[in-house]
Design a protein around this ligand. Structure first.
Ligand SMILES: Cc1cc2nc3c(=O)[nH]c(=O)nc-3n(C[C@H](O)[C@H](O)[C@H](O)COP(=O)(O)OP(=O)(O)OC[C@H]3O[C@@H](n4cnc5c(N)ncnc54)[C@H](O)[C@@H]3O)c2cc1C
Length: 409
């Protein structure tokens, strides 16, 4: 918008951009490159990610899959770990270089309406009113401003996840050894099952240059129902015998907890009204299955910017012009991807046994097969057969069909 000659003001309530942003920290190159070409040469990035692990924890075991490729280890990289406090600060300077004015330590308390149309924002202070042709709401999960704009009513605890995260300092060489990484390259572990007390959610460990980002969380409703809290969940996760050796000797240098909107395509709020657009987490644009939020926030911001530019060209910031924002989102991966996974969270939430029974079964099968105890392989296969048959057959089929439908329909 600033590059197109519009007067742009960014109000941020934190001490500086990035001060209040919480993320595991995986940033994808492609959408970032589209917004800031050549960003890799100057942005504060941690490690290019060359390995992705999907793991499940049972009480005493860990199992899962690994994908590591040299393709992710050389340019063009696929993704990086980043520290948002550093990355966002740098990112805001790029907005300033383009001509936007960025003001930290300003909290927007209210929207200003005129005849039902949003015409500006207020910080609640004397002289704290700022009028605008269009206001873009980017105030993150649980957006109070989107509610004021009438874009949504109340978020339900079933539609939000709460995640606790720590940054643990460790020497680069120790990280390389423990995660079997070439110097400077990184890994991302997504960890299910016991990591979340078997609630729907996940734990994660991402490698930075000289620290690990570790976190875990679950749907707020499940936390309320079970009485578990995410601080205890994270402590418990760190004490799991498969996790402790990865973080041993590290020092926690940062702790945060944050919501992630999880309502998905089926419950999306309204994305625009007269004089106002909503982007990123404030609009619920998070793909929980693929752990993508920052990239969807950036893309939605870009599409909102394009919409505002054409609204200014037409001198019309009513819904007649701003509807284009929804169309652009539908044409982009943002809403196409959210549509694709629209039923997946509901499918998994309806089946709490998924994160318990199947990891447990695979663990028992592996243990049976791998233990050399005098029993013949024939006897072991018979035992494995018995273990598989111990699961209700109807449920097995239902899970397989339901899982397939929720992912591929
Ligand atoms: C633990 C955790 C791990 C995650 N891991 C990943 C990951 O690895 N990769 C990924 O892509 N996504 C991840 N996400 C999701 C990702 O962090 C979000 O989708 C992304 O930050 C959304 O960006 P946003 O700008 O919409 O919102 P936010 O980053 O939340 O930014 C909102 C901003 O608005 C400011 N603000 C709020 N209210 C006001 C107000 N009234 N006035 C002024 N300023 C205000 C806040 O201070 C903040 O700076 C993770 C989220 C969490 C919680």
């Amino acid at each position: 918008m600033a590059e197109a000659g519009l007067a742009v003001v960014v109000l941020e309530r934190g001490q500086y951009p990035g001060a209040k942003n919480v993320s595991g920290g995986i940033l994808y190159r492609h959408p970032t490159e589209e917004i800031i070409p050549g960003f890799e040469a100057e942005a504060p990035l941690e490690r290019p990610i060359i390995e992705q692990r999907y793991l499940a924890l049972t009480a005493d075991a860990m199992l899962g899959g690994i994908y590591r490729t040299q393709d992710f280890g050389s340019p063009p990289f696929n993704s990086y770990s980043v520290l948002r406090s550093e990355f966002d600060r740098w990112y805001a300077t790029k907005a300033e270089e383009a001509g936007a004015e960025v003001y930290p330590e300003f909290t927007v308390t209210d929207l200003i309406f005129e005849k039902g149309k949003v015409v500006g924002v207020s910080t609640g202070e004397p002289d704290g009113e700022l009028l605008a042709h269009v206001v873009v709401l980017a105030d993150g999960a649980n957006s109070l401003l989107a509610k004021q704009a009438g874009l949504h009513t109340e978020w339900n605890p079933i539609d939000q996840a709460l995640v606790a995260k720590e940054l643990i300092a460790l020497q680069a060489g120790t990280i390389n050894d423990r995660f079997q990484l070439p110097d400077g390259l990184g890994a991302a572990y997504e960890i299910f099952g016991e990591s979340t007390w078997n609630h729907l959610g996940y734990g994660f460990i991402y490698t930075n240059k000289e620290s690990l980002s570790i976190g875990t969380g679950a749907l707020l409703q499940d936390l309320i129902d079970s009485g578990h809290n995410v601080n205890d969940m994270l402590d418990r996760f760190k004490k799991h015998p498969a996790i402790t050796p990865l973080i041993a000797g590290g020092e926690t240098i940062e702790y945060s907890a944050h919501l992630i909107p999880e309502f998905g395509y089926n419950k999306l709020p309204k994305l625009f009204a007269d004089g106002v657009l909503v982007v990123g987490d404030a609009a619920g644009l998070v793909n929980p299955i693929n752990r993508e939020g920052a990239n969807l926030a950036m893309i939605s911001g870009k599409l909102a910017g394009q919409t505002v530019i054409s609204a200014r060209e037409r001198d019309d910031s009513s819904i007649t012009t701003l509807v284009r924002y929804r169309e652009l989102l539908e044409e982009s991966i943002v809403l196409q991807d959210l549509y694709k996974v629209r039923n997946t969270t509901h499918f998994a939430h309806e089946r709490p046994h998924l994160l318990v029974d199947y990891p447990d079964l695979v663990s028992k099968i592996a243990k049976t097969y791998l233990t050399v105890d005098g029993a013949s392989k024939k006897a072991k296969m018979a035992e494995i057969n018995r273990l598989v048959r111990s699961l209700p057959k109807r449920r097995l089929i239902d899970d397989a069909i339901g899982g397939f439908r929720s992912m591929f329909r």
